[in-house]
Design a protein around this ligand. Structure first.
Ligand code: ZN
Length: 691
């Protein structure tokens, strides 16, 4: 250990031309972003891959009988350099990118995937893992070790390593075909989304549209050489405001039909065949690997475990939400009748009448709220919550290297002991991708020498930037996003595992979404929601309106989401490779659930890119699954009458946050809550049943 340290130190002085090949003497081992140049990455990636392959070979060539220690544990330490380099590259490629960074990403991507295959399809390595797996009873493993072993073994099986030569060949062809079809689905959808526009040349047809929406449409028209006209598109920032505000019903219908027919126009961009083929090949692949359906294959790795459980879960919520959606439809019909409309409510009317009713009942303007949501105050609010729950302290540090000057860095500690580093990067810039996310530049772990390694976490958002001299004033939605990402950050910061093999998609949003429950709690708002100029605390009347507005139109939002989730599950629960007729299949599925004609699924088959060209097949349900968990978990606090109850918080930390990916997630949840999650808390939160 001492020798290694000396060697590293001398390396640093004399030959440290590439920081990745030297020990980092930065505070807490944060990547030395001030010294790392783009040119340093590629040699480190290459060397990292070589080192990993050599380490894997060493495991394979070990002539001792395979054990957990000499195989599974060793595999945890084969990729130190590669891991460190990739994690330092992450913030650059996502939040501080440029053409050269992107070119390097593209150059490395096939090399990385080849590298991964060289390990995950390595027969000799699998023989070792399989031997440990089959003899697992001999090794007296801890629960964490057992889970890691099982996940490692399954990882190989799921990649097809157990197949014979013919089977492997078939799998490779299926994978290639599926990836081309997914790409094709996405490209068709993009073309169809861009292909439909509505051009307005008569300003009477703009009736109802707010000035901002008109200005945006005028600018869009001008950019296409149609000065003096207004252009509307299928992009969300254009489509939804039009559907919400346009008084002209015939034009709303036109826009709606353009939207819901994407990929279904019988032209060369039609996605019917593509979707059907993807569903068919996925069953074929699942069957080949020994699974009943694609959903069985996917869900095996999720908390839910099997499609039957997901389907019955979705139908329970459906049953509660449908009557609420019907009542919402009725209220809209009444408004139409009251206004002498003399027509039946249709899907292209929904957003429009919902907005009218919302205005009548809970009108709050964003501008009225913003002054109470200065970004620094909201940040203080979330630190306050973490302090009350977990005793964490946050101190800003300015002596730590960062990947961009805008980043703010905090040292997190508890009882005077260092916990980790948190970086926050708030505002948009050209080099940053959109959205909000949280990632770890170094995860918590126990290193090879048995030392506890603390995490380095970064949160990235794209909030309304500061205007003039005023601080950045964000919206309650943005505050919610900040708390959400902070929940992911806490999951990393409070992790305390020896081995972690990743968190399931249908569990990973529990730690983040639960934090959203505190953001608008009156007790918390009164701590942070202070007017940025006067210091006045947000008035009770605004708090109440905010709460009520949150429960409005939830029958609709729940049902359109569940309709899409059910459609996803129906396609992926097929047990035989048949080519369905997409239109008939979708209709039959929706009729089975009893979807009302005023609502369509949030995504129809031919533009459901989450499941046909993204990674959410048999997984779109995860959002509401996690919401059930977070609502049920938060009610554990509510039941005590104290949203900062220390016992509940320490149980949540011990049973859930600290065990990140190291234990079966249903077991974790039951250990925290004493029972399986129920859906009642979610139904109450969404206002679908009475409190
Ligand atoms: Zn999230």
């Amino acid at each position: 250990m001492l020798l290694v340290a000396l060697a590293a130190a001398s390396c640093k002085k004399e030959v440290c031309e590439n920081p990745f090949f030297c020990e980092w003497d930065t505070p807490f081992g944060v990547p030395p972003f001030d010294q790392i140049k783009l040119d340093h990455f590629k040699p480190a990636f290459i060397k990292g891959m070589e080192e990993e392959l050599a380490a894997v070979d060493a495991i394979i060539n070990n002539t001792d009988e395979p054990t957990f220690e000499n195989t599974i544990k060793e595999l945890q330490f084969t990729s130190e350099l590669l891991d460190k380099t990739q994690r330092a590259f992450g913030p650059l490629s996502s939040a501080n990118t440029n053409d050269s960074v992107q070119a390097l990403s593209r150059e490395m991507s096939p090399l990385f995937s080849k590298h991964r295959d060289a390990i995950s399809l390595n027969e000799k390595l699998f023989e070792k893992v399989k031997s440990v797996y089959e003899n697992r009873d001999k090794f007296n493993l801890s629960p964490e070790e057992s889970k890691l072993l099982e996940d490692s073994y399954l990882g190989f099986i799921r990649n097809g390593i157990g197949l014979d030569a013919e089977g492997k060949d078939k799998l490779r062809k299926l994978n290639e075909e599926l990836s081309l079809l997914s790409l094709n689905f996405g490209e068709n959808l993009l073309a169809e989304t861009n292909g439909f526009t509505l051009v307005i040349d008569n300003d009477a047809d703009l009736s109802g549209l707010p000035d901002g929406v008109r200005a945006q449409a005028a600018a869009a028209a001008k950019a296409k050489g149609m000065e003096g006209k207004w252009l509307f598109t299928m992009q969300a920032p254009s489509y939804f405001p039009f559907m919400t505000y346009a008084d002209n019903r015939a034009l709303r219908e036109k826009m709606f039909r353009g939207y819901m027919m994407r990929g279904n126009n019988g032209n060369d961009k039609d996605n019917n065949e593509t979707a059907a083929k993807i569903a068919e090949l996925r069953v074929e692949k699942a069957n080949l690997l020994g699974y009943k359906s694609h959903a069985d294959y996917v869900l095996e790795r999720n908390m839910s475990k099997n499609p039957e459980r997901v389907l019955s879960f979705l139908s329970e919520i459906w049953t509660a939400a449908l009557p609420v959606a019907k009542a919402e439809a009725k209220a809209q019909q009444e408004m139409i009748d009251r206004e002498g409309g003399n027509f039946k409510l249709e899907p292209w009317d929904w957003f429009y009448y919902t907005e009218k009713i919302r205005k009548e009942k809970y009108n709050i303007s964003e501008e009225e709220l913003r002054p109470y949501f200065a970004v620094n105050n909201v940040t203080d609010g979330m630190f306050y919550v973490a302090n009350r729950l977990y005793g964490l302290e946050f101190a800003e540090r300015t002596d730590i290297p960062k990947y961009h000057p805008d980043v703010k860095t905090f040292e997190v500690s508890r009882d005077g002991k260092h916990v980790g580093i948190l970086m926050i990067d708030y505002y948009p810039r050209a080099s940053k991708r959109g959205g909000a996310w949280c990632s770890a530049m170094r995860g918590q772990r126990i290193d090879k020498d048995g030392q506890f390694v603390t995490p380095l976490v970064s949160m990235v958002t794209n909030f309304t930037p500061p205007q003039g001299d005023a601080p950045a004033l964000i919206t309650p939605d943005e505050a919610n996003t900040l708390f959400h990402e902070f929940g992911h950050a806490l999951h990393s910061l409070l992790s305390n595992t020896v081995y972690s093999s990743g968190v399931s998609r249908d569990f990973v949003e529990l730690p983040s979404q639960i934090m959203e429950h505190w953001v608008l709690e009156p007790e918390v708002l009164k701590v942070y929601a202070k007017h940025y100029q006067t210091g006045e605390i947000i008035p009770d009347e605004l708090i109440e309106k905010l709460e009520k507005a949150g429960k409005f139109n939830t029958g609709f939002t729940t049902i359109e989401y569940l309709a899409a989730s059910s459609l996803d599950m129906e396609y992926h629960s097929l047990t035989e490779p048949v080519k369905v007729n997409v239109a008939e299949f979708e209709k039959a599925a929706m009729d089975k659930y009893g979807l009302i004609s005023e609502i369509i699924p949030r995504y129809r088959s031919t533009y459901f890119s989450h499941i046909f060209s993204g990674g959410y097949s048999a997984g779109y349900y995860s959002y509401i699954w996690c919401e059930v968990l977070d609502a049920d978990a938060f009610s554990a606090y509510k039941e005590t009458g104290d949203i900062f109850n220390k016992d509940v918080a320490s149980r949540f930390e011990k049973e859930i946050l600290s065990r990140k990916g190291s234990k079966d997630e249903l077991e974790m949840y039951i250990a925290f809550r004493g029972k399986e999650p129920g859906i009642d808390a979610l139904l109450k939160n969404r206002g679908l049943i009475a409190e």
